[in-house]
Design a protein around this ligand. Structure first.
Ligand code: ZN
Length: 200
């Protein structure tokens, strides 16, 4: 009789996978990323978070979520660098992924194929509702996608978009509560009508 050891199955199982956490601003994306990373770290897995060098709202070296939940991270200029810095890492976290180049899709696939668990957090859409950077493609190749929501500041329903409250057309405008507000689809449409009326 041949008895297969369950432990052996466990060891040889491929752990590589891609998880995407996406949503609007103030939806808790970074908090969810950090929660998953901390849990892996607690299990003595080697973890590392990368973020685009463009995101310098807070300190250079740390991923800081809005509730000051700090985990160390490495700012990098291009997605290709993630492969260079990821040897010997079990779980790779990527924050503000929408600001990375499209090469991030290849990088994440490559890491997952090597057995790395990749957890990506990023904005699903820009302030006009257009899918942001490599996020749509990452959602397509992911093993698991979690869409998180903020709360609409006008009516309390689940928010759908980060509405920009200042008149600036630049796609990348980093800021906090003063420049953006989470709105549901209905309140966003009302806000757009209001704005076009004010411009006339
Ligand atoms: Zn609303």
């Amino acid at each position: 009789m041949v008895v297969f050891s369950e432990d052996h199955n466990q060891e040889t199982r491929c752990r590589g996978r891609i998880e995407v956490i996406c949503g609007s601003m103030f939806s808790g994306k970074t908090e969810e990323l950090i929660r998953r990373m901390k849990r892996a770290k607690f299990a003595r897995q080697r973890v590392e978070i990368f973020k685009p060098a463009i995101d310098t709202r807070y300190s250079e070296e740390d991923v800081v979520s809005h509730d000051n939940n700090i985990i160390k991270s490495t700012p990098i200029d291009s997605s290709a660098s993630i492969l260079l810095f990821s040897s010997e890492i079990d779980v790779v976290g990527i924050d503000e992924a929408q600001f990375f180049d499209e090469g991030l899709v290849y990088v994440c696939n490559e890491l997952a194929n090597r057995g790395v668990r990749v957890i990506i957090a990023g904005l699903d859409m820009d302030f006009k509702g257009i899918p942001f950077g490599p996020i749509p493609a990452l959602c397509a190749i992911a093993d698991e996608v979690t869409k998180v929501h903020a709360i609409c500041v006008k009516c309390g329903d689940l928010a759908y978009i980060s509405h920009r409250t200042v008149d600036n057309d630049k796609r990348v405008l980093l800021g906090e509560t003063t420049e953006y507000e989470p709105l549901c689809r209905c309140c966003y449409q009302k806000a757009l009508k209001e704005e076009s009326k004010n411009k006339q």
